[in-house]
Design a protein. Structure first.
Length: 80
């Protein structure tokens, strides 16, 4: 198939090719992002945690509080 005069220029063919490729990539990334958003909207499975059914002793509570206080951020925003 022979194209009319102005479409035989290599620059025009390159431009059309780049536009086609960029449009295909744009559509593919949009569809990929849509599937990720749909998957993230699904409810997560509930995870059982031991503290939900096991009461901590006062000593365990104090030990947990000490660990948490060490991991809390200091005045400069760094971990202590």
């Amino acid at each position: 198939m022979i194209l009319p005069g102005q479409f035989t220029d290599a620059r025009v063919l390159t431009l059309i090719g780049l536009l086609a490729v960029s449009a295909a990539v744009w559509v593919a990334l949009g569809l990929r992002g849509r599937t990720r958003r749909d998957r993230a909207a699904a409810p997560l499975e509930r995870v059982w945690h031991p503290q939900e059914s096991v009461a901590l002793t006062p000593a365990e509570e104090r030990a947990f509080d000490q660990v948490v206080s060490r991991l809390s951020r200091g005045t400069a925003g760094r971990l202590r």
